[in-house]
Design a protein around this ligand. Structure first.
Ligand code: SME
Length: 158
């Protein structure tokens, strides 16, 4: 993991901080602190939250710890919206311009782009990391690589 040389974001220093949190506190607190670190440290991460498969093994997501504006989307069935589609496909989805995405659940008119990454334990989907940005096309390959590493680390505590 390296510094994002284009925008000067120190992804390489954030990951060890996130690893330390995940190893040292309860699940709810750890997830909330990971949200807070990401939101505070990366200017284009305006809303950061976790959705967890609830009940485990079902086909529905429940909103977990998050930092940012409250959302009405507290439960999302698989397939619905970007989150539901990422769960269905067990794949990372990046939407660079949410106004051009038909299967999208809007939380705020300020949101312009979004990334959703699956939290996997082996082949089991545990939940997702969802990040919204107020900037169009905010998420690059550097974000994707960094956040994939964050998800691998977070999945260990779920
Ligand atoms: N935009 C998401 C819904 C969750 S909010 O962004 C917090 C979606 O389309 O699934």
């Amino acid at each position: 993991m390296e510094q994002d040389s284009v925008r000067g974001i120190p992804f390489d220093t954030l990951l060890p901080r996130i690893r330390a949190i995940v190893g040292n506190t309860s699940r709810e607190t750890a997830l909330k602190r990971v949200c807070a670190i990401l939101n505070e440290s990366v200017p284009h991460y305006d809303w950061v939250g976790f959705y967890l498969v609830d009940p485990p093994g079902s086909r529905e997501l429940a909103l977990g710890p998050f930092v940012g504006a409250p959302t009405e989307h507290v439960r999302i069935p698989f397939g619905k919206g970007v989150c539901g589609r990422a769960a269905e496909e067990r794949a990372t989805i990046v939407v660079q311009d949410v106004t051009r995405e038909a299967n999208y659940l809007s939380c705020s008119v300020n949101v312009k782009s979004e990334i959703v990454l699956p939290l996997m334990k082996g082949t089991l989907l545990l939940g997702e990391l969802d990040i919204d940005s107020h900037t169009v096309a905010a998420f690059t390959d550097a974000d994707r690589a960094f956040l994939t590493a964050v998800c691998e680390c977070v999945a260990d505590l779920l």
